[in-house]
Design a protein around this ligand. Structure first.
Ligand code: PEP
Ligand code: MG
Length: 330
């Protein structure tokens, strides 16, 4: 089994009908990058940068410390793309040393709906600029992509673009090198999925965060055990948002990936291929099993079953039935 996985690592992720699939890795620290390469990842689809900000006693990481970390990840990926997500902190992902804004979080009732992710970054503009400068500086050392979490408003995109312009000017003035950085947003709030064609006019790519998209679509706290049985990735509303998001991005000619847990769960590989997804990002350990499914898939044929699955009262059963011919024997 181990030898089989090793052989799999170097095989390109191609479907039977010749569709090339990107299998990217989710990482939390630059030290995770070598394991991603080892697992056969063709890039980093999600670098959760908040891990640089969490679990520390002292100050938050400086621009320099962040730059060193991003550069290390970029260099470890040897020219493959590294998608760095700006901090996704909030009351549910707290910083140890809390800023004035963070302190206010101690008493909020709905932290998942509060000042987190891009909302927090825009409320802490100097911190946001610091992080963007570090990310842009790392772009001089490889292919960097910038990903913004929890976007729900066009006004947020306008503010992000303005901040990027300012940061680029600062870097130029300071004599720092940087190259073109593609801008992407996470689709993890239903509003963003519903208005995706509008968002797509302003960004280069999107990445669907199914963990939060499910939480917010179904109003199920992803960390609350008492409602965990209702946290259902197969829910028809979730599948419809996923399918339409992928279709809209493709129609606009923009790259789209899924970086939530669904991407790394091989139970969903055929369904996501059927929806037209060609880029998956997951924990490095999940890459081999997803790749095995891809190697047995005929993407064109799979897509012909999609309408039936989306139209079903029981999409999970319907998908299992439709994709039975593709079930792996191993
Ligand atoms: C997601 O929400 O699916 C996601 C990838 O982001 P996180 O799990 O870090 O919130
Ligand atoms: Mg998320």
């Amino acid at each position: 089994e181990r030898a089989k996985l090793a052989r799999l690592r170097h095989k390109p992720a191609l479907t039977l009908d010749g569709e090339h699939i990107e299998l990217h890795a989710n990482i939390e620290m630059p030290a995770d990058a070598p394991a991603a390469v080892e697992a056969g990842a063709t890039g980093v689809g999600l670098f959760r940068s908040e891990f640089l900000f969490m679990n520390r006693d002292g100050e938050l990481p400086s621009e320099e410390e962040q730059f060193v970390a991003y550069k290390a990840a970029v260099e470890a990926m040897r020219g493959m793309p590294v998608t760095i997500r700006t901090v996704d902190v909030g009351a549910d992902k707290p910083l140890d040393r809390m800023s004035a804004h963070e302190l206010r979080h101690e008493h909020v009732l709905n932290p998942a709906m509060g000042l987190r992710a891009i909302r927090w970054s825009l409320a802490e503009p100097s911190m946001f600029r610091q992080q963007l400068r570090a990310i842009y500086r790392a772009s001089a050392f490889g292919k960097v992509r910038l990903l913004i979490p929890m976007v729900a408003h066009l006004s947020e995109i306008r503010q992000i673009l303005e901040t990027i312009k300012k940061v680029q000017q600062q870097l130029t003035d300071a004599g720092h090198a940087f190259t073109k950085v593609d801008l992407g947003v996470m689709i993890e709030i239903p509003a963003a999925a519903v208005m995706l064609p509008l968002l797509l006019r302003h960004v280069d790519f999107v990445s669907i965060g199914t963990n939060d998209l499910i939480q917010y679509t179904l109003a199920i706290d992803r960390a609350d055990e008492s409602v965990a049985h209702l946290y259902d990735p197969w829910h028809p509303a979730v599948l419809q948002l996923l399918a339409s998001s992928i279709a809209h991005a493709r129609a606009a000619g923009k790259s789209v990936s899924v970086c939530g847990e669904m991407a790394g769960d091989s139970a969903f590989t055929f369904l996501l291929l059927a929806m037209g997804l060609r880029s998956f990002s997951m924990h490095p350990s999940q890459i081999p099993s997803v790749k095995q499914r891809i190697l047995r898939a005929d993407a064109g044929r799979l897509s012909s079953y999609l309408a039936d699955v989306l139209d079903s009262d029981d999409p999970q059963r319907s998908a299992e039935f439709a994709f039975a011919a593709y079930r792996t024997e191993s």
